[in-house]
Ligand binder design. Structure first.
Ligand code: C5P
Length: 307
């Protein structure tokens, strides 16, 4: 069949929540050992990749001013790595439309890198095995492989080694974003500082069995009871106002709420879609977040939109 090279490729890519984030030892390479459960939700960035004279980046949407529009953007780095592998110039314009909170603990930068990898493989008609794409993704960042994969998955290592997790039905979320982001390395450093201050080490990385069986059963109340984020105390230590945000979501009737990844976005689990709409309406009125949205998961990972 004759295939036509598209003039531009558009990729849609989801945000992630960590339903469980167990943080273990600080490793010699500066990363922490993790045992995490990723869950992709229906907040998305849209990344458009178009042939250009040279590598350029533009960003629009919520929080766009906080995203670098130069070679330091993770999506631009993805283009450079992929072009080098293919022996070509990274001559592409990358246009990012943000729907994922910026520096919010929802892997927005990683999502854009995943979208660039997938879209440029298509645009440049590269023959790259999925496993190779996943390993390029892992080099770019710990969350990039999951942004490609989506769904619900257990992450090991620094988060880049994935095993799909069984989940039944949809989970419904209220997402409360903050105007000002938090730096992921700063939150991990704060966790290390809190451990040192208390003379305590990280907890053992135990398999999140209760969570995995709640997901397999599709039971939001059991999922709520089993959610855990070891980075939450560090995020709250750097941003004490998050305590109020979490309280407000629970007061608004959510089953429970946690900080997403390294924060500061807070995510609240609800029993169904209409419950989430009610919680979101009440939380919007509480004035504890810069934006409140509903979302559902799991959703697919990065996918080409203009097929
Ligand atoms: O992998 P990524 O570039 O997204 O990680 C950003 C930063 O978050 C790392 O440089 C490190 O400081 C911290 N991190 C960590 N342990 C992990 C993942 C991230 O300490 N497993």
């Amino acid at each position: 069949m004759l295939s036509v090279v598209p003039r531009a490729v558009v990729v849609r890519v989801p945000a992630k929540i960590n339903l469980h984030l167990g943080v273990g030892d600080l490793r010699a390479d500066g990363y922490h050992d993790l045992l995490t459960v990723f869950h992709a939700v229906s907040l998305t960035d849209v990344v458009r990749l178009a042939p250009a004279e040279e590598l350029t980046v533009s960003v629009r949407g919520d929080g766009a001013a906080g995203v670098p529009a130069d070679a330091s953007n993770l999506a631009a780095q993805a283009a450079v790595v992929l072009a080098r592998r293919a022996g070509i110039e990274p001559a592409v314009h990358i246009e990012i439309e943000k729907g994922i909170p910026v520096a919010g603990g929802m892997a927005g930068g990683s999502a854009d890198a995943a979208a660039a990898l997938l879209g440029l493989t298509r645009l440049w008609r590269l023959d790259v095995e999925r496993s190779e794409l996943m390993s390029i993704a892992a080099e770019l960042g710990s969350d990039v492989p999951f942004s490609l994969q989506g769904g619900t998955a257990v992450g090991h290592g620094r988060g880049e080694r994935l095993t799909p997790a069984l989940s039944r039905g949809e989970l419904h979320w209220v997402i409360a974003a903050s105007r000002e982001g938090l730096s992921t390395p700063a939150v991990y450093r704060e966790l290390d500082r809190l451990h040192a201050e208390r003379g305590s080490g990280p907890a053992e990385l135990e398999p999140p069995d209760a969570l995995l069986s709640a997901l397999a059963a599709g039971d939001p109340e059991r999922v709520a009871a089993a959610m855990r984020n070891d980075l939450q105390p560090a995020a709250i230590s750097l941003r004490p106002a998050l305590r109020r945000t979490l309280r407000a979501g629970i007061d608004a009737g959510a089953l429970t709420g946690i900080v997403s990844g390294s924060g500061p976005t807070c995510v609240f689990i609800c029993s169904d879609a209409s419950h989430a709409i009610g919680v979101a309406a009440e939380l919007s009125g509480a004035g504890v977040a810069s934006a409140v949205r509903t979302a559902s998961g799991p959703v697919a990972g990065a996918r080409v939109d203009n097929d």
